[in-house]
Write a protein that binds this ligand. Sequence first.
Ligand code: ATP
Ligand code: MG
Length: 430
Amino acid sequence: MIQDDYRAAIDIGTTKVCTILGRKRSDGSIEIAGVGVAPCNGLHRGLVADSQSTTAAVLESIGSASKAAGMPIRRAYIGLTGSHVESRNNWSRFDVKSGVKVVTQEDMRRAISVASSDVEADGRSILHVIPRSYALDGIYGVRNPLGMHAGEMYVQTHAIIGDQHPIDSLKAAVKAAGIGVSGLVVEPIASAEAVLTEQEREEGVVLVDVGGGTSDIAVFHEGTIVHTAVLPVGGYQFTNDLAISFDISHQEAEEVKLKYGSAAQDARTASEEIEINPRGMDEPLLITRREVGQLMNDRAMEMIRLLMKKIGEPHVKELNINRLVLTGGGVKLDGFASIARYIFQHDVRVASPRGAEGLPEDNQDPQFAASVGILLWGMRNLPRESHISSKSQFVAASAPSAGSGLKSSIRNLLPRKLAGSRESGTPVGV
Ligand SMILES: Nc1ncnc2c1ncn2[C@@H]1O[C@H](COP(=O)(O)OP(=O)(O)OP(=O)(O)O)[C@@H](O)[C@H]1O
Ligand SMILES: [Mg+2]
């Protein structure tokens, strides 16, 4: 009997952790079996700043996803972000043995391995080496050389690299929750996997996932990825501006942002008053929506200009891309997309994740693009490993040390045998 191919993905974000368990059907389609979301405040700008609270949020979200799916999770693909993530495009030469022969899957695998060793990582970790195109005996633009004849092959790759320390901290926080890391998926490519259409990738598109603490950028052209970057700014900046400007707590600032925040200047509601509670005052204070809107508008303008600057590098600029796709919770701010349209002066679309069946309605939201994308990308590009334990193990489990202070209900959802010690390390290639 062929075992069902179940795999899990964990998106550890600056505001929430989301675990998704999915099943790959024999026809290649992916069905969501369970989703678990837990608030998280263990990260700062996409990096683990408090490992214990990150681990606790991972445990809580895994517990919910396990419960929803009715099976425990023991390994997962993990999303990685942070402004240390950078990309490089390279050409590498690879000889297809001596003489002309048919290019095999093994040749393509070896070509990626050669390309990986050519990446100038400057001592940093290579996260992905993605083939973009091939040149066979001087003929460029070959997308899939499998089965073609060649003596000499060049492969053009997009390599994504990152700093070792934040990678290690992220893995440690996951392992402390008793979960093995099957592979890391860089969040910009995960979000792109969940929201972009083939046509957009073909014609050229800039994808930006504005999260709580980071904005993840991926640029595609002629069907392949050409640029990946992460900016350490996100929805937090809007909240922080409100907190500082009006001397209110971050919690109150977040509530004001979600309820009244708009980057669009709307004359109809501008004079509406909002009651706030500044820290140094005994009495509440009335401010107008215009004041809140002005802050949101200034910050949105600044953030989008920063994004434009980040994609202003010559190898992206020369492609004349005229389409921007926005996702992530930050783009839900009213008026954000309109400002992006105004500055970018081209097509702008706000996207929610797609490509997986059975995604609960609550998760069909830009905030879950990366979470869904980690699962999709991992399932489509990384090797299969057993991500779940058999159902018989879905009983009371011993908790890992990091979870000792956690609710017993969460502890009980952990696999009896915690993940094995084998760890796939940083995945290279697709
Ligand atoms: N309706 C809304 N209006 C304005 N901002 C919103 C809205 N809904 C969510 N946000 C903001 O979206 C951000 C969270 O987005 P998201 O869940 O994508 O981030 P994350 O994945 O936790 O963080 P990151 O990807 O940066 O590590 C928060 O800053 C939140 O305030
Ligand atoms: Mg995110």
